[in-house]
Ligand binder design. Structure first.
Ligand SMILES: Cc1ncc(COP(=O)(O)O)c(C=O)c1O
Length: 386
């Protein structure tokens, strides 16, 4: 187990209410067919941790390990790159160059002259930008990525390695989102964002449809009685919403879904408390860089606001404890990848939270370690010789 640390838990009074279909299943089937056809595609492993489960007083703990996803180190490889492919195909059709360009056409360079003149852009705290840059390189587009001031140089270098131009802007992730949108409007670029807002939903739907593959794989790898609980980390909420949709698709009743965030960037928890999506103030200063977001994605909120049973905010120290714990069990998980485990272990050790979430010795918990050591120097610094 890990050390007891303060955390917040909000039980969502709107859980289970009907709402809009954010991610239609037809779109997911197309995303799955496309992504699973890419060279290098392989399912990531679902790992079992019986000793951690026993010490947490639950029945089963399995963690989907995204560290090996397409060699990019995180689940984000599924979303941004797929959306880049969709953006390019749509633009080639709009320009009457190719009505139905496939990813194989793009990778093969059939429309290379045209795609080289198309620029895709986004903001990132690391992993999404890496996916967009990788997709742009693969599919032959130009790429400009915006990062905020505290994104580590290791993560910037990892993006630049795929041929993208990386621009650093002052402020937080949310400021970088606005900078990318401004630049796109000015230069006629295409924003491939992992977050959505009023009037900007087509691309983030594609991004989130790509993420569903991670949950779909985990469900197909799960054996025995279905999971009772799923803890999943939230930045803008995109991956949590994708997991939520896929769980509801696969299981009736769906497992209890708990969204975990850093306590210094808990915009989804704050929105749940407010009963509507709200932006939180502050510098969002957390080591969980991928989760350092102050504004929920509109689409993600539409799913999570009605489907998540609870929202938890956990401290950075608990994330480091979990990185160390997993390392001792032979698994490499990055700072943003362990928030779900931190939430589970803190809740499992707290009698009131255990009861509120219905965690007991029979609980079967599914988690997603959404990144490996995406910044190896930072990983080493945090985990040390543990
Ligand atoms: C490793 C990791 N996990 C989880 C998330 C959260 O994803 P979302 O912003 O879609 O909630 C991110 C976002 O960058 C991430 O990098």
């Amino acid at each position: 187990m890990i050390k007891t640390r303060p955390f917040r838990l909000f039980i969502n009074p709107r859980a289970g209410t009907p709402g809009t279909v954010v991610l239609p299943d037809g779109g997911y089937r197309r995303a799955r067919a496309e992504i699973t056809s890419w060279p290098g595609y392989a399912q990531t492993p679902l790992r079992a941790f019986p000793a951690i489960a026993a010490s947490a007083g639950i029945g089963t703990l399995r963690i989907k390990d995204e560290a090996s996803r397409f060699g990019l180190g995180s689940f984000k490889a599924l979303g941004g790159a797929y959306a880049v492919c969709q953006v390019l195909a749509a633009e080639l059709a709009r320009r009457s160059i190719a009505p139905n360009a496939t990813s194989a056409d793009l990778v093969g360079g059939t429309y290379a002259e045209a795609t080289a003149l198309i620029t895709v852009t986004c903001a990132t705290d690391g992993n999404h930008g890496r996916s967009v840059a990788w997709g742009a390189q693969r599919f032959g587009a130009r790429c400009v990525i915006y990062v905020h001031e505290t994104v580590s140089q290791g993560r910037v270098d990892a993006i630049a390695q795929y041929g993208a131009e990386v621009r650093r802007v002052p402020g937080t992730y949310d400021d970088a989102v606005r900078a990318a949108a401004r630049a796109a409007a000015e230069h006629g670029w295409f924003v491939v964002s992992d977050t959505s807002w009023e009037g900007y939903t087509t691309v983030p739907v594609d991004v989130m449809q790509g993420y569903r593959l991670m949950a779909d794989e985990a469900i197909s790898q799960w054996h025995g009685a279905p999971p009772t609980h799923v803890f999943i980390q939230g930045g803008v909420g995109g991956v949590a919403a994708s997991v939520s949709v896929q769980l509801r698709h696969a299981f009736r009743p769906a497992p209890i879904l708990i969204v975990a965030e850093p306590d210094r960037a808990a915009c989804l928890l704050a929105s749940a408390e407010a009963g509507e999506p709200i932006a939180i103030a502050g510098d969002l200063d957390t080591i969980m860089a991928g989760l350092a977001c102050g504004e929920p994605s509109l689409l993600a909120w539409q799913e999570l606001g009605r489907a998540a049973a609870g929202f938890m905010a956990v401290p950075d120290e608990a994330a480091v404890d979990c990185m160390i714990l997993l390392k001792k069990h032979g698994m490499v998980a990055g700072e943003s990848g362990v928030a779900g485990l931190a939430a589970l272990l803190l809740a499992a050790a707290d009698p009131a939270a255990r009861q509120a979430l219905g965690l007991d010795a029979d609980s079967r918990v599914l988690l997603f370690s959404t990144e490996g050591a995406t910044d190896p120097a930072l990983y080493d610094a945090l985990v040390g010789d543990a």
